[in-house]
Design a protein. Sequence first.
Length: 318
Amino acid sequence: MPGFLKLYSSKAVRYLKNTEFRQSRLFKLLIASVTVIALYLMLPSYKSTETNNEVGAIWSSEDLIAPFTFPVYKDESEYDLEVKEVKNNIAIVFDKVSEKIRIKDSLEKFETELRNILTAAENLEKKKDGYINSENLDSLKSGLGIQFTFPEWESVYKLYINENAGESKISFNDFLEKIKNGIIDLNSKDIIDYDKDKILSKKVSIKTTNDRLQNVISTEQIYDRAEILSQLNSEIFLFEKDSLLKTAGLKIAEHFIYDNLKYNAELTKLEIDNRIEQIPRTIGIVKGNERIISKHDPINRFTKMKLDSYKKIRLERI
């Protein structure tokens, strides 16, 4: 060896043995780099699995032996499908309102206010100072809580003064009684504040106050507002001759239909998250020194999952 190389080598050795250098950040970085490279070189080659490991292909490389134990992960599309099934089959959570509003009291108050408006309109007509849609009645109408159109007010008013009784085949008193009885009857049912058609599982979970357990029932046992109003329309409002009376009646009914089952988004999300956490991400393990695949073997679905899992773990270890 030339003299200058011997001199350089001896200086390098002394430098490496130097305590200050061995405690320096450069020395630690050098040791870490050498360790990573050594570990990488110790792992078996994976070139062939990166080129073609699709289902149906033939493994053309040598037998692939697992250098360590690793889990076999599910295919992402399979896992995503299981997550979707959980979301579709979840029983959406609803809080049950402990007490319904006193419907009868509310309806009696509404009837009194409505009759006051109609009576005031009748007095205006008698005095020739106005009619049902006069501005003089706007303040009374605003307290009613329901906005009728001018034609609807006229139709209700005509029924009230009995001008249209023969044509509609119903009196004003009967009109109000049918509406009130229908509202009271339908409010005795469980009504959700949610579109029932969007509940794919066809079941809901009912949570009552101070009750830790939830009651799971079929959606056939509950109603949404659309169903309730449809029943009112078909079973109660049979005013075939006057569509305006029907729309006025539906407005009254819709105003007094109350949802007693309130959608609980927080508990529903918690239930979904808990179910998803229970879905296993793996379907088995490959032990160290176990053969992953042999040369010339066809790659099937399970083998592909083992190859993909091995690649994932191997890259994580680098």
